[in-house]
Design a protein around this ligand. Sequence first.
Ligand code: HEM
Length: 389
Amino acid sequence: MPAAATSYEPSQSLESKRMLYNLLKTPEKYEKIFEQYSGGLIFRVGYGRPIITGDESQLRRILEVNHNLERIASPGAYLVDTIPILNYLPEALAPFKREGRRLHAQELGLFRELLDDTRAAMKAGTAPPSFAQTFISEQEKSQLSDDEGAYAVGTLFEAGSGTTAAAMMSFCLAMTLHPEWQKPMWEELDRVCGDRMPEFADIPELPTVRAVIKEVLRWRPVTAGGVPHQLIQDDVYDGVFLRAGTIVHANQWAIHREEALYPDPERFNPNRWLSPDYPTYREPLTKFPSLQNFSSFGFGRRICPGMNIAERSLYILTARIAWACEFSKSRGPGGEEIEVPSYDYISGFNTQPKPFPFELRPRSEQRRTLVKHAWKEAEATDPLRVHNI
Ligand code: HEM
């Protein structure tokens, strides 16, 4: 894996300790907690700033930009997606154009503000290393305009925060519906880590953890409809002629349900990555399953450039949650289990489950205490806070 991605591990480790501490304290706020993890990580690496409460106004504003993007980028969200000629209407007759202009101004205004904050911190000599700082110091060399740089850093948020958070929400759903997969993860984690929290160095020894999160991405792909690509030349696919300019959707939902590759595809079954009985099994288990070149991250030249960061986030979050916690269904007033729908998702570009109830407890009081100590120690030594950033 590229060395650059390894350099984000300290930030991922710190933010995942905060996530775990908060999740055990207030599991019902899981959506906000996962958004704070993924948004906080990108704030840290993108702008060299910490997110402490998750209520910071710039984080909330960026999440709003994200949610708007997820809604409007969804294929078919506007009539013009289906009838492209509508794009020639003047703005006065095309409300979708006015909305596009308004949302673009909102987005660009925020991205500019974040870049300007970094510039001001650099002038004051208080800016830690970040993507924004690198862009500003090397702007002349790169010959990018301010707005291009603002977008290059800002779009990391759009692409990286909602996706990672959505995957973790689907993980919680999978553990609520299939709690039997916790036991093999517990056995693996207890054997490899015992009573210390899992670290990145343990990941090669945790194939079950990797298989569970990979199966989550297969079973409930985050960008289910795929990101549309436009052909730059004529092509033939599976005997079908496709003209240059055609928009092609690599439909992940369908790809992940290809019976020959994924027998019994509707079933949540991490074994398909762990047992030689399945066509997707690969050895050695210290390396596979992995998320490298997995269809969840797209294809070809435009494959997700954040894949290595995402992969590390998903592994460490899954490992630490499984090591510390136990999921079960919530119970109603009469003690009966509350059923949770397997596929009741928010529609949009990124898919995430609609809010659902579940119980989350520490696996033992000792693990709860270990989580608290790990987080308090990480918080006290956080390089951004130590320097009052
Ligand atoms: C579970 C997490 C993630 C998933 C499932 C995911 C998935 C994807 C997919 C499917 C694409 C489109 C690829 C294509 O066009 O074929 C994409 C693009 C992209 N992703 Fe990710 N992603 C994730 C996390 C991240 C993270 C953490 C970052 C940044 C730190 C990131 C940055 C980007 C960027 C910048 C693009 C646009 C690339 C381009 O159009 O050239 N992603 N991602």
